[in-house]
Design a protein. Structure first.
Length: 132
């Protein structure tokens, strides 16, 4: 991958992956090409925001004739927005607690109609920092 500092407090990361997934049945094996771009912005008071976009292409090796006569090809787009903040703004003893909120949208397209779908996901985490 490639990391680039755009300006103070703003960085960009680019990466690409190539995956070959084998399987017992050839119609379950695929080759994947994926790309990722992530922007990270450091905000005031220890807060941060991240944006990530990942398109990926899956190419299957053989048709599953019980489903369709053609070879499956999938294109997936994943977008993630994340915001993190220390909880010290609520009360100063909570400054070592970090709350992270994320939203992810996934859109999968396939030449097999039953394999196309969209998904929304919300997630959060609470992290405590321990200084040793």
């Amino acid at each position: 991958g490639l990391n680039y500092v755009v300006s103070r407090g703003l960085s960009m990361s680019l990466s690409a992956t190539h995956t070959i997934q084998g399987a017992l049945e050839p119609y379950n094996a695929y080759r994947r090409e994926a790309f990722n771009m992530t922007l990270t912005k450091i905000l005031a008071q220890g807060r941060f925001a991240m944006f990530s976009f990942t398109p990926q292409l899956d190419f299957y090796g053989k048709a599953d004739v019980t489903v369709a006569p053609w070879i499956r090809k999938d294109t997936t787009y994943r977008t993630t927005l994340t915001f993190g903040t220390p909880l010290g703004f609520v009360a100063s003893p909570l400054n070592d607690l970090l709350l992270t909120l994320s939203y992810e949208y996934l859109h999968a397209l396939s030449n097999l109609p039953n394999n196309s779908y969209s998904n929304n996901k919300l997630s959060s985490s609470l992290t405590y920092r321990i200084n040793l």
